[in-house]
Design a protein around this ligand. Structure first.
Ligand SMILES: O=C(CO)[C@H](O)[C@H](O)COP(=O)(O)O
Length: 228
């Protein structure tokens, strides 16, 4: 089943609870939560307190925490306590990938690995059976609103093959430059979970009350055309 995960990186942070309520009411499935540390990536965003605040606000949808943080292990228990559903991390941000996956699972969360556009997939040979999610970055991490890098579609096809061959219960997510113009092609490459930040939060006029219904409807309409 396809799932749409708006990236709150592009939301209006001054009204975050309301923004998240509105995209979920418009049919989004997952809240994508980008954590940047101004070290692993050149930007600084939000931490566990904001995740906890969304839960306290009443958000019950899965929260998909993408850690662009190095080192990664020490922040994992805080995000688990704050209500994260998925915690994903970059293999190069961990000294011991297997240990970090274990830490996420022991904390009660689902675990995922994230691959930057030019990062090879070789660690999946050993880790895929333990993963709940593989996240392929289709832009270099750090900022919203960048252009989709097309060669990532080949990586998506390769990961889809591995997941299907092992019959793993693992979602394949893509993040960066995804919108109505390319989501069908991305789905046809085997992706089932679609992060979209600027396409969801910035495409339509902020005064248009129906804007999230419109964009999520457009994304779903394109997904419905995707050949299986
Ligand atoms: O992780 C990210 C950047 O590191 C963002 O989630 C991603 O870029 C989504 O934004 P957009 O849809 O605007 O490209």
């Amino acid at each position: 089943m396809y799932q749409i995960a708006p990236s709150i990186l592009s939301a209006n942070f001054a009204k975050l609870g309301e923004e998240v309520d509105n995209v979920l009411a418009s049919g989004a499935d997952i809240v994508h939560f980008d954590v940047m540390d101004n070290h692993y990536v050149p930007n600084l965003t939000i931490g566990p307190l904001v995740c906890e605040a969304l839960r306290k606000h009443g958000v019950t949808a899965p929260i998909d925490v993408h850690l662009m943080v190095k080192p990664v292990d020490r922040i994992i228990p805080d995000f688990a306590k704050a209500g994260a559903t998925y915690i994903t991390f970059h293999p190069e941000a961990s000294e011991h990938i297997d240990r970090t996956i274990g830490l996420i699972k022991e904390s009660g969360c689902k675990a995922g690995l994230v691959f930057n556009p030019a990062t090879p997939l070789d660690v999946l040979e050993y880790t895929l059976p333990k993963l709940d999610m593989v996240l392929l970055m289709s832009v270099n991490p750090g900022f919203g609103g960048q252009k989709f890098i097309p060669y990532v579609l080949d990586k998506a096809r390769a990961v889809r093959k591995m997941i299907d061959a092992g019959k793993y219960n693992c979602r394949l997510e893509i993040d960066g430059g995804v919108g109505p113009a390319n989501i069908k092609e991305v789905a046809e490459a085997g992706v089932d979970t679609f992060v979209a930040g600027s396409a969801v939060f910035s495409k339509y006029n902020a005064n248009d009350k129906n804007r999230y219904d419109t964009i999520i409807g457009e994304l779903r309409a394109e997904l419905a055309k995707a050949k299986k």
